[in-house]
Design a protein around this ligand. Structure first.
Ligand code: COA
Length: 321
């Protein structure tokens, strides 16, 4: 039997226009540009305009990905959106984006795995495409994290930003191309380390993001490194074969710690954390898009993606672009 894979037919990303610098934040909470840059690597982040919701950011990224693939919405029959900050409790943000794209066919739903959401969504779409039910998927990571931040909590409000990234996945008979494999994990017992203070069924509000930063930091380096090592071993790929490491953009020290642990040279690490902050499920496709735009990631390159977020959830994916 011929084994099929899912290739990345196109990709895109969108950032809202408003820039919030570290100096801007220092004006209303007790922090400094020096502390934020030294402890996180972040200089600025984008914040959605009051009129923009998560679906608006996702829609803009989707249009760019469709144009990149030379396709239009009629060619898509599955939309999977990874988000923790949906416009509404229901319908899914994927349904809202489907409507904006003018689609009247196919299926659309959201995946909730917080910052690991895009890796989870890729795996879900890959499985559905390979199962033969759908032909082409639009996979989006989109977030307005600014809406669930407590802007008086300096330990979290400096870390996050808004944005969206999108990929088009389609089946290919070339089993050396596209999404080669993934590793997904969750340990719900770590919920107290990273969560919101509310939810629909508990408080009837969304609540605010809370994080035990230093504890999450320690879990991040170990768990992400182990996930990547497991994936590389399973797929029989040596670390030197990786062209680009595209990590979740949570903290420059985490992504460098992971790269060092796996002996990935710093030149291969795609980092956009300085300009984007942590955009949760949007962070990996946003960073990927930046590296494609500036000519680093090219067709045929082997890329290793990873993320860790609330749950804790975490995972990694190998993609031959
Ligand atoms: N400005 C100034 N001081 C701050 C601050 C800020 N914005 N935020 C926290 N601090 C202070 C704390 O109050 C604490 O002070 P104390 O020691 O007097 O109690 C101190 O800084 C903590 O410093 P440190 O232990 O060195 O923090 P850190 O190096 O672990 O950095 C984070 C803090 C949050 C940046 C870091 O832990 C982190 O990035 N965590 C993980 C994030 C992550 O992986 N997210 C992924 C899932 S979304």
């Amino acid at each position: 039997m011929t084994q099929s894979n899912c290739r990345v037919a196109g990709q895109g990303a969108y950032l809202p226009e408003r820039v919030l610098t570290n100096a801007d934040i220092s004006a209303f909470v007790d922090t400094s540009d020096e502390w934020i840059r030294a402890r996180t690597g972040i200089s600025e982040r984008r914040i959605a305009d009051d009129s923009q919701n998560t679906s608006d950011l996702g829609y803009e990224a989707a249009k760019i990905a469709l144009a990149d693939a030379g396709l239009d919405a009629d060619d898509i029959d599955l939309i999977v959106v990874a988000t923790t900050t949906p416009d509404l409790v229901f319908p899914a943000t994927a349904a809202l984006i489907q409507d904006r794209l003018g689609m009247r066919h196919g299926a659309a739903f959201d995946v909730q795995a917080v910052c690991s959401g895009f890796i989870y969504a890729l795996a879900v779409a890959d499985g559905l495409l390979k199962g033969g039910v759908f032909n082409r998927a639009l996979v989006i990571g989109a977030e307005t994290m600014s809406r669930i931040l407590d802007w008086e909590d300096r330990s979290t409000c400096v870390l996050f930003g808004d944005g969206a990234g999108a990929w088009i996945l389609e089946k290919t008979d070339d089993n050396a191309a596209g999404l080669l494999g993934y590793d997904l994990r969750c340990e719900g017992r770590f919920t107290p380390l990273l969560k919101t203070t509310g939810g629909v069924s508990s408080t009837r509000t969304s609540g605010y993001l809370r994080m035990e930063g230093p504890a999450v930091f320690k879990h991040a380096v170990t768990k992400i490194s182990n996930s990547m090592a497991r994936l590389l071993e399973r797929e029989e790929i040596e670390i030197d074969e990786i062209d680009w490491f595209v990590p979740h953009q949570a903290n420059q020290r985490i992504l460098e710690g992971v790269a060092d642990k796996l002996k990935i040279s710093r030149e291969k690490v795609v980092s956009t954390v300085a300009r984007h902050g942590n955009t949760s499920a949007a962070s990996v496709p946003l960073a990927f898009h930046q590296a494609v735009l500036d000519g680093r990631i090219q067709r045929g390159h082997l890329c290793l993606l990873e993320a860790l977020g609330g749950g804790l959830t975490w995972g990694s994916a190998l993609v031959r672009f």
